[in-house]
Structure formats: structure tokens, C-alpha cells
Design a protein around this ligand. Structure first.
Ligand SMILES: Cc1cc2nc3c(=O)[nH]c(=O)nc-3n(C[C@H](O)[C@H](O)[C@H](O)COP(=O)(O)O)c2cc1C
Length: 359
């Protein structure tokens, strides 16, 4: 009897299995609008228990990459409604990932009037793709004022209401991988001297205020968060107090009664290993559901579920390349390999044309 493929509950949500499709940015949302192609892509993968969308910006200021979707306009809500309808018709539940890119971005990717924001005016090392001029160095963000912080928190809360209006079962706050929320947590990107910088209590304040605002807007039973302790993506170096800082976050998130914490482990992609002790801390301190991700195949997923290390397993690249991943893993069928050259390119190629064996 497989745990991975058996029905489960996530809070009050009934899931058809314990396999979650990880959030994956695919850059098909021309004009930052969810479209029919995206409805088809997600619909093809709706045999998952839960689908988490690609990173979606709650604000024009958060659109650091080209062709990523938003959830702040009426047209975006209408576009996402079509997506959630298609996915729900096939039985999966669906959360939307709120990704405010913060300092990861470039003015060329932002709509008119939007601003590149960060906790401090410190640019991330590295380059970012722009449709207009190709690769460019990440821009230098404007350090957010208290008024910017307040306005951004309000954007998250409004976006959460928009998400519910668009038919999502909940929202996942992207607190991982070097985007705005993590930029506040980490001392390298957060060099503030006010109550949002310095001690971990201060560096965690923005994230926890976003959590509180989103909880108030839609209810804590609809809110999860993704975190990447020990993650280094987007110029986020490891530092001494990492484990202590994330232990504090686990305690604070537990006190707020969120639905789930989703931990990223990108060591299968060459990133530093996330110590087992860190995952165990989240498992023991946080009483809500725990989702683990990173490099899973069916056997490892089953074994971590059986060991009680987590409640659900999230899978990225295998889902990207196999619309019918659940059926393939159930029957130990061969899987398609992902084609990296079409991960972020516009159009249907490498997006909705991976073959299924079961349909
Ligand atoms: C094409 C691509 C896009 C991604 N975009 C996001 C994203 O928008 N948000 C996020 O939290 N993680 C993102 N990730 C990371 C994945 O969610 C996942 O953590 C990673 O692929 C490792 O899991 P896997 O080994 O199952 O693929 C992305 C990964 C890939 C391959």
C-alpha cells in the first residue's frame, strides 16, 4: 500500500494523493497574464494531489523576470480562474505561489511606473534575462521605506483575496530562493538598521507581517510558505547563524498556525546540503503540514513519507517533463527527460508537448 499514491488531507483539503507539483516559473505569461496555454499545461498535470503554480507576483514591483504572471489586476484574476477551473475538473487542488522578486530583476522587465525594491540598496551578484536586451546585471534595488513596506504588505493581502476570487484553494508565500521575503531574512541582502534589520527578530519581521496580513485576509488554513534554509541561489551566502535563524522562523510560523511549510533542498542541483537536523527541527517545531522537495523519485518519496519525515512530497522537473507523472510512477513506467533549453522560452514547445503514455 503506497502512501505516496493514497488520499490525504491537507488541513481541511482532501487530496487525491500526496504528490505535489513544485512551483516552476515557465515564462509563458505574455503581458504578465495567465492564458489558455497555461490552463492546458496545468490541466495536463492535474493528476497531482496539489499543484503549486509558478511564482506569481502580487505587485507590479515584483515582476523581476519577463513573462511571469501577476495576480494584482482583474484580467489576471480572470485568467487564473480559467486555470483553476481546468485543474479542479481533474481533481487536483491548486495553490498559487506569491513570488515578489524584490532585487532580483531589471528595470527592462518591469511595467511602466513599477520600481525594483529590496530591503537595502544592495544589488545581487549575477545576471538576469530581459526580452529587450538579453542578459543584464541584476539592477540595484531602492531600499524600501516604511511606507513601501506597508504598501507591499497590503499588496500581498489584496493578492491573497484575488487568489481566492480566482478559485485557488490557497496561497504559498515564496520565502525561498533569494526573492523579496528571503532578502529580508538574510543579513547579506538586509543591511537595515531600523526595526526590519539587524537581529533575526527584526529580519524576520517583514515576512511575519506578510504572513499575518495574508492570514487575516483569507484565513490561516489557506496559507503555506516555502523556505530555503541553507539555500544560496540568487547570491544568498550561507552564514553562521543560519540554523538558529530558521529555527526562530519555524517557531514563529508555528505560533501563527499556518497550513504548511514547504522546504527546498537544492543539493540535488549542486547547492549546499540542507542538514538533516534543520529538516528535523521544522518537523518537530512546526505542527502544521511539512512538504519536502528536491531531487525526489518515487522510491525516495515513499521512504521519506513512511519514515514520517514529512506529509507531502513536491516534485519539480519530473512533473515538468511528464504530464502523467502520477500514472508513470505508479506503474514504474519510463519517464521523459526535461529539456532545459525550453524551460523559460515563450510558446508551446517544451511546455505542453511532452508526451503522456496514459491519455
Ligand atoms: C524551470 C524551473 C523553474 C522553477 N521556478 C520556481 C519558482 O517559480 N518558485 C520556486 O519556489 N521554485 C522554483 N523552482 C524550483 C523547483 O520548485 C524545485 O524546488 C526544484 O526544481 C528541485 O526539485 P526537483 O528536483 O523535483 O526538480 C524552479 C525549478 C525549475 C526547474
Amino acid at each position: 500500500m503506497s502512501l505516496l499514491f493514497s488520499k490525504a488531507n491537507l488541513g481541511t483539503l482532501a487530496l487525491q494523493n500526496r504528490l505535489v507539483m513544485s512551483p516552476m516559473t515557465r515564462n509563458r505569461a505574455t503581458g504578465n497574464l495567465p492564458n489558455e496555454l497555461m490552463a492546458q499545461y496545468y490541466g495536463q498535470r492535474a493528476s497531482a494531489g496539489l499543484i503549486i503554480t509558478e511564482g506569481t507576483s502580487p505587485s507590479p514591483n515584483g515582476l523581476g523576470y519577463p513573462r511571469i504572471p501577476g495576480i494584482f489586476s482583474a484580467a489576471q484574476v480572470a485568467g487564473w480562474k480559467r486555470v483553476t477551473d481546468v485543474v479542479h475538473a481533474s481533481g487536483a487542488k491548486m495553490f498559487i505561489q506569491f513570488m515578489h522578486c524584490g532585487r532580483i530583476g531589471h528595470a527592462l522587465n518591469l511595467p511602466a511606473g513599477a520600481r525594483l525594491l529590496g530591503p537595502s540598496a544592495v544589488a545581487a551578484a549575477g545576471e538576469i534575462y530581459t526580452d529587450a536586451e538579453g542578459m543584464k546585471p541584476n539592477g540595484t534595488p531602492q531600499a524600501m521605506t516604511e511606507a513601501d513596506i506597508k504598501a507591499t504588505i497590503e499588496e500581498f493581502a489584496q493578492a491573497a483575496k484575488n487568489a481566492v476570487a480566482a478559485g485557488f484553494d490557497g496561497v504559498e508565500l515564496h520565502g525561498a530562493n533569494g526573492y523579496l521575503l528571503e532578502q529580508f531574512i538574510r543579513p547579506s541582502s538586509n543591511q537595515r538598521t531600523d526595526r526590519y534589520g539587524g537581529s533575526i527578530e527584526n529580519r524576520a519581521r517583514f515576512v511575519l507581517e506578510v504572513v499575518d496580513a495574508v492570514n487575516n485576509a483569507i484565513g490561516k488554513d489557506k496559507v503555506g510558505i516555502r523556505l530555503s534554509p541553507f539555500g544560496v541561489f540568487n547570491d544568498m551566502p550561507v552564514y553562521d547563524a543560519m540554523e538558529a535563524d530558521y529555527t526562530y522562523l519555524a517557531q514563529q510560523l508555528n505560533a501563527r498556525g499556518l497550513l504548511y511549510v514547504h522546504l527546498v533542498d537544492h543539493s540535488p542541483m549542486g547547492a549546499p546540503v540542507v542538514p538533516a537536523s534543520m529538516k528535523a527541527t521544522f518537523r518537530s517545531v512546526f505542527k502544521g503540514a511539512l512538504i519536502l522537495s528536491g531531487g525526489y523519485d518515487a522510491a525516495r518519496a515513499e521512504s521519506d513519507l513512511e519514515a514520517g519525515k514529512c506529509d507531502l512530497i513536491a516534485v519539480g522537473r519530473p512533473f515538468l517533463a511528464n504530464p502523467d507523472l502520477v500514472a508513470r510512477w505508479k506503474t514504474s513506467a519510463a519517464v521523459n527527460a526535461p529539456d532545459m533549453s525550453t524551460f523559460y522560452t515563450p510558446g508551446p514547445k517544451g511546455y505542453i508537448d511532452y508526451p503522456a503514455v496514459s491519455r
